[in-house]
Design a protein around this ligand. Structure first.
Ligand code: ADP
Ligand code: MG
Length: 701
């Protein structure tokens, strides 16, 4: 059996790093801690490259190794100049005869006469002026590209060696300002650390499934000999990460096993009155979720349920039901939101209904004065208040409940077992997690493997799908003209500012500047407000109220409006530099319009598509193509890899870097079996601890 492993290994040979002989000599001591070395350890990484890498989530050598190519270049024939054919892509091995560069407008054209034994051809490069100095006569060069009527248009080149021009050269997810060449160079350097990852799978397991060594898999992921080679490598790495994930989920489940909750009595009179007080009938999806919750609350194991539903699907009504179940059982409920704004909005929604039902609700925010806060804490602690609403941080850190039975956690990380104040006398509350980031079911079952999932699949009313258009920057004037027409009809609008990097203060200043610019240009004569994360609570509240009451026509905003803001009269949104936003983020932003009965519009403005990265173009096209959150989430999965989904991040268990869930269902099964077999392996223990440790940090920021 080990034969096949060895045989496959000899196939790997990559630039000497993986020669089997060298392998055996050094096979003794992996040092996993070396993978935590900062990217600056690798040659050529200074502060500028480090920042660009950070944007891709790459901070360490290990991150570089885990940055999976999303595709590979195809194989191109190696030819002589005389044998070039039509416009077929080819690789040439040539020597530089002479080279010169010139400019035409913004374009830099570098031309080199290059030759081999069979002839000479004129090769051209665009916009790479720095290359001129390297193309001195006599330099040996490999170029890959296509012949055309001017000569040979170079797509990739290597001076010595064959990385860029190699068949199946990796193509990495990247940003516009980070070249593939840089990423390829980095992975090449990082592969020297491949063995430090160690080998998590016991030999018997590896041999039984003819799996390559982990280190070999890393090499072949980045430097495959064929597509099949790359795919085998990816699946080996995927199995590792799914195994660790399954072990982590087992551990969490085991930890919860020992917890007990009090079963709540069956639904009674209060929730009947609640249904009557609601201004609408609950949808089928809401009713099903409620049934699931009722079943959970009847048990003495704490509920751990995820309620999934797209923006506007009506999760709040379900959440309030669960909270009222606690109250009618003579106990308390808590609703936790990720931001103050959202907590305030939840409070506003809930308070009115609860007043009709005779249930007291307290709002706990950090903007309460010391005395008010003390008073609020006191009534929560005494049990005078049935439901407390606040931010996660606040409720988890500061508040002692008299008798918390149900906690609802909106849009944030998991409510772990570490929230001690909620665990008075060893009792755990029933917990309902809510997310508006649609997660494909396969992914939900994987990352939320220890949670039960309820899904509200369809929105309540027959709302009109938002019309989305992608507008080139050169036509942004038309976009604003359209927006003004809505304003003139008495409607309201959002303008989302470009995503800038920097501190909250930098972002806020950019937003203020943009609002000011719009006031004197595109939106002159209209009432323009501005919200961002640096406003004081009172200022933010004033701006939101003014917008809600129609005293402001246009709200210029940063992504702080992403969640929860609900103004049905706003019917149009312009997102500036939309190519810089992630798909999930764009979907959330777009959810701010289309909340009333009128047709709403979302205009995504960006630079010309030729200037955008491949994935940016695909994101914007996806936004135009569909308003379905689940479909977009699937698309996001394809474009970014499962680990980067916002929803996955919320679960705390984020790092699915190699897995492609839809293709890897069998691996998920295998990982579950293996997890049962290998639970408690000290080596794996370490990785599991790490994963769970990272999970605890999510949401602490
Ligand atoms: P989300 O799932 O995004 O939190 P909300 O709970 O805020 O959605 O609900 C969105 C809007 O839909 C609210 O204005 C809410 O009152 C309304 N709504 C919720 N359930 C229903 C329903 N069954 N029928 C009609 N409107 C509903
Ligand atoms: Mg909501």
């Amino acid at each position: 059996m080990s034969d096949s492993v060895t045989a496959r290994r000899t196939l790997t040979g990559f630039a000497g790093i993986d020669s089997p002989a060298a392998w055996r000599v050094n096979a003794s001591a992996p040092r996993p801690e070396r993978l935590d070395l900062p990217v600056e350890t690798l040659p050529g990484v200074g502060p500028a490259v480090r920042r660009k890498l950070a944007r891709l989530g790459i901070a360490t050598v290990g991150d570089v190794l885990a940055h999976r190519p999303h595709r590979y270049e195809s194989a191109a024939e190696e030819r002589t100049i005389a044998a070039l054919f039509g416009e077929e892509e080819a690789v040439l091995d040539v020597v530089v005869r002479r080279a010169s560069g010139r400019r035409r407008g913004r374009l830099h054209i570098l031309t080199a006469h290059v030759g081999d034994a069979t002839g000479e051809i004129r090769a051209t490069w665009f916009n790479q002026p720095w290359l001129e100095g390297r193309l001195v006569p006599g330099t040996r060069l490999r170029i890959r590209g296509k012949p055309n009527r001017y000569g040979f248009q170079v797509a990739a080149y290597d001076v010595g060696g064959a990385a860029e021009t190699a068949d199946f050269a990796p193509v990495y997810p990247s940003t516009a300002d980070l070249a593939q060449k840089t990423l390829r160079g980095l992975t090449e350097a990082a592969l020297a650390f491949a063995r430090d990852a160690g080998e998590p799978l016991p030999a018997e397991v590896r041999e039984a499934s003819a799996l390559p060594l982990r280190a070999d898999a890393l090499v072949r992921l980045h430097r495959p000999r064929s597509e099949g080679d790359a795919e085998r490598a990816r699946r080996r790495l995927a199995l590792d990460e799914l195994l660790v994930l399954q072990l982590a989920l087992r551990r969490r489940a085991a930890e919860r096993e020992v917890l007990v909750a009090e079963a709540l009595p069956p639904p009674a009179e209060l929730v009947v009155r609640y249904r009557e007080a609601l201004p609408f009938r609950l949808t089928g999806g809401q009713e099903e979720a409620i049934d699931d919750i009722d079943a959970d609350l009847a048990r003495t194991t704490p509920m751990q349920r995820l309620l999934q539903g797209d923006v506007g699907s009506g999760k709040t009504a379900v959440a309030l039901y669960a909270l009222l179940r606690a109250v009618e059982g003579g106990r308390q409920g808590a609703l936790m939101a990720p931001t103050e704004t959202l907590a305030e909005q939840h409070f506003a929604t809930i308070e009115g209904l609860c007043a009709q039902l005779g249930v007291r609700v307290a709002l706990l925010t950090s903007s309460l004065g010391a005395r008010d806060r003390r008073a609020a804490h006191q009534v929560v602690a005494s049990g005078d208040v049935g439901i407390a609403v606040g931010t996660h941080a606040l409720i988890q850190r500061d508040v002692d409940f008299a008798d918390l039975a149900v906690a609802v956690v909106d849009e944030q990380h998991r409510f772990g077992v570490e929230q001690r104040s909620a665990l008075a006398e060893g009792r755990s509350p029933h917990v309902l997690h809510m997310t508006a980031t649609p997660i494909p079911r396969t992914l939900a079952l994987t990352v939320y493997g220890d949670l039960a999932v309820s899904e509200i699949a369809a929105p309540p009313a027959d709302r009109k799908p938002i019309v989305t258009a992608w507008v080139g920057e050169e036509r942004s004037a038309e976009a604003y003209e359209r927006l003004r027409r809505h304003l003139d009809d008495g409607r309201q609008a959002y303008v989302v500012c470009p995503l800038v990097e920097g501190s909250e203060t930098t972002i806020a200043r950019a937003a203020e500047d943009e609002a000011e610019r719009l006031r004197t240009h595109e939106l002159r004569g209209y009432r323009v407000g501005c919200v961002h994360g640096r406003l004081r609570t009172a200022e933010r509240r004033a701006a939101m109220t003014a917008f809600k009451e129609g005293e402001i026509d246009v709200l210029v905003a940063t992504t702080v409006i992403e969640v929860g803001v609900d103004v049905p009269n706003a019917t149009i949104m312009i997102v500036q530099e939309a190519d810089r936003f992630g798909l999930a983020q764009l979907h959330q932003l777009r959810g701010r319009v289309g909340r009333g009965a009128d047709q709403s519009y979302c205009l995504l403005v960006s630079r010309h598509r030729d200037e955008l990265s491949e994935t940016a173009v695909e994101r914007l096209e996806a936004m135009v193509a569909t308003t379905d959150g689940f479909e977009l989430a699937e698309r996001d999965l394809e474009l970014r890899g499962e680990g980067h989904l916002v929803g996955a991040r919320q679960s705390g268990l984020t790092d699915l870097r190699f897995t492609r869930l839809r293709a890897d269902r069998d691996l998920l099964e295998r990982a579950k079996e293996l997890a049962a077999e290998l639970d408690g392996e000290p080596f794996l223990d370490d990785r599991v601890e790490r994963l769970l440790g990272e999970a605890e940090h999510v949401g602490e920021s």
